[in-house]
Ligand binder design. Sequence first.
Ligand code: ATP
Ligand code: MG
Length: 337
Amino acid sequence: MANQQTQQKQIVTSGIRPTGELHLGNYYGALLNLTRLQDQYDAYFFIVDLHSLTTHPNSADLRRNLIGVARDYVAAGLDPEKCALYAQSSISDLIGELHTYLSMVMPLGELLRCPTFKEKAKKHPDNINYGLVGYPVLMAADILIHKGTLVPVGEDQVVHLEMARTIVRRFQQIYGDLFPEPQPLIENAVRIPALSGQGKMSKSDARDSYISMRDESDQIQAKVKKAYSDPARVYKHQPGHPTIEGCNIYHLHSFFTEADLLDGLAAQCQQAAIGCADCKHHLATSLTSIVEPFRERRAQVSDDDVVDILTIGGQKARASAELVLAEVRSAMGLRTF
Ligand code: ATP
Ligand code: MG
């Protein structure tokens, strides 16, 4: 069986919610991996606008963010010739149908115990909707609609993928061997910290806690200037603590600043020969050198370009999804005439 699985063509699937502007964490932790994966596998990358409705029910924001995130994806290097890039809603009829079938095999208790459901319910106590409980089932439909075998995930998504695997096993017990069990792909598990020093960068947090991939150089300088640094260094004449635990600015430098320059800054910091303001200026310059070329590439991609790309991607996704759904209907004994 294992041998059979490794010989199968690998199909990689990955989705992102259009809930805001992509930031350096998304870029480093997710987008860069996807550009590599599209070269190696049969790739389906989608913007999960249906998933956004569980917590962000604002139609104007959703329309704007869908196009905005698609432009970010193309600017990051996703190539419509190499992958299918599409909006989940462009195959909502097929995804919705598969979601209904999968909901019949997913145990309710597991969904209610899911830690991400509990977290979201706590965060949005006035909007604990049915869709929020079924979120992992909808995510399983996104993967299984193409018989996905590999799913790049961050720590937060591992539990959802485990539920997709539960669904596959239960489906198999009842209807036979149709879906492969999707495997997590945890390759580049970086976690870029927030500028505030509180947790990781997140696009749904305050704007000054993350660097958006759309920020201009002076915005980056201003945000970094206010960022949390070494709490134990109150005055410039005191030596600092340039370690990942000791200083949030050093932690950020460690991802984005060249090693030689960073070693030099750290040595000067330990001798109190450089102040936090200068060190932050260097960090902002490093961040700008990553964001600026991205912004330039993004400016070359128009809204019309991404509408074309998403349309073609939607057609590719539909062709693949139709084939799988026909097999599912038949396996479940549903009307095929
Ligand atoms: P939200 O606040 O809406 O949850 P987010 O910034 O956490 O947004 P997601 O859409 O949840 O972003 O995640 C998209 C991808 O980016 C995932 O693969 C996730 O693992 C990755 N990612 C998110 N934040 C970071 C971060 N700070 N560092 C590294 N990777 C990240
Ligand atoms: Mg998140």
